[in-house]
Write a protein of this length. Structure first.
Length: 186
């Protein structure tokens, strides 16, 4: 099939999957309708890809209660777990913990937005996925955050430890946010 026919066929399929499929043929990661990388698994902070094109894996947002903090794709808040050891390249949040606090994973090299100063790295989780870390801290989303800007997991005691947002340099933000203890689902 010649190139014109392929392009015409792709455009006729529609602006949803057809164009995304065509974009996928170019060798780049195809963004979803919102412009964010396509998720590889369920969870508020899971991403695929990385690389220099497309949306960054980690960016910065701001809230009056905590100031500037790290967010993942789609602007979802990212947290660190106090029982994790910074720089260890391992996560202590597995099983049901990882259901409530899904790890930020990637299929490629993580990228950072312009205000992120923390070094990003990756390590292999026990399930074989590749988790992203900022300044050595493994990064997680929180199932209790339903939209960009939510910081419901900030300073929450759950799963045997405390959860904190991270500043742009990867420093845990231990002020503001939730002061309650317990976990709504795990």
């Amino acid at each position: 099939m010649n190139r014109r026919r392929v392009l015409r066929t792709a455009l006729l399929v529609g602006s949803g999957g057809g164009l995304a499929s065509l974009a996928g043929c170019s060798g780049g990661s195809a963004p979803s309708a919102t412009g964010s990388p396509t998720p590889t698994a369920s969870g508020p902070s899971t991403t695929s890809g990385g690389g220099s094109s497309g949306n960054p894996t980690v960016s910065v947002a701001s809230a009056s209660s905590v100031g500037a903090y790290l967010v993942g794709p789609k602007g979802m808040s990212l947290y660190m777990f106090a029982p994790d050891t910074r720089g260890a390249g391992a996560s202590t949040c597995t099983g049901s913990c990882a259901t409530v606090w899904p790890p930020l994973t990637t299929d490629g090299n993580p990228t950072k937005g312009p205000k992120v100063t923390a070094a990003l790295s990756t390590f292999e989780r026990g399930d074989g996925s590749t988790q992203v870390a900022a300044a050595g801290w493994p990064l997680y989303g929180y199932a209790g955050d339903s939209s960009a800007g939510d910081t419901n997991g900030q300073a929450l005691d759950a799963n045997g430890g405390r959860w904190y947002l991270l500043g742009p340099d990867g420093t845990p933000l231990k002020t503001g946010g939730n002061t309650s203890t317990g976990s709504p689902s795990g």
